[in-house]
Design a protein around this ligand. Sequence first.
Ligand code: URA
Length: 271
Amino acid sequence: MDSGLEHQTARALLEWQLELGATEAIGDAPVNRYALGAATAPAPHTAASAATATAPQAPVAPQVVAPADPVEEARQRAEAAPDLAALSAALADFPHCDLRRGARNLVFADGNPAARVMIIGEAPGRDEDRAGLPFVGRAGQLLDRMLDAIRLSRKAETPEAAVYLTNILPWRPPQNRDPTPQEIAMMVPFMRRHVALVAPEVVVLMGNISCQAGLGRRGITRLRGQWTQAYGLPALPMFHPAYLLRKPHAKRAAWADLLDLQARLREGAGA
Ligand code: URA
């Protein structure tokens, strides 16, 4: 084992966490310290402790406050937002998702909130993080071309021709890693409120992270093209445009799904 390398790696990781703003070591999941029972029971009686047992004791303040439930807190903050501007502000203020510390910008949404179609992607990448807008990099440009093929655009003013675009995660994960289940769970209440405020006729779930958040399951190859329900609305899972850039053979399926979306909108989406 090369312990020199290990030391350097550990140090680099620690410095990176400090740069992101970490000030203390905590676990992934919240711990209810009041429920730990034995773990918080008084230490066993020893000779040393017996010697000080009769000395007057200053009142001891509890050392650890049970952390809030971030998902419940997200729900309360999201539900309290009366409009999209307030929801964006509530996300910006939400303290429990550490991704915000490593991101340049909060990426909230783009397009027309009056649109009949709301597209829900995964998370911003480098270009989106810089621009503060979703789907502006290569995958986003492909998405714009796909939408154009069925006469939809994020720039359109009429609801019939418009789309509204957002992501499950409003902050770019480091090195574009997949968001953790906890990060997704914290963002779902915000997305639920986001969809309720925009009130589109249909949602499109782009890729596995979006399906995980909206449907509670992954497996985009099987899910795509099958209309389902998410956030109380008709929902169409589709291949993510970034996947289509890597696997051009999947474009045929994506095209079929776009035509299906177009047909649904022509029928009147709730039908
Ligand atoms: N991929 C996404 O899911 N969203 C973006 O905004 C960019 C790339």
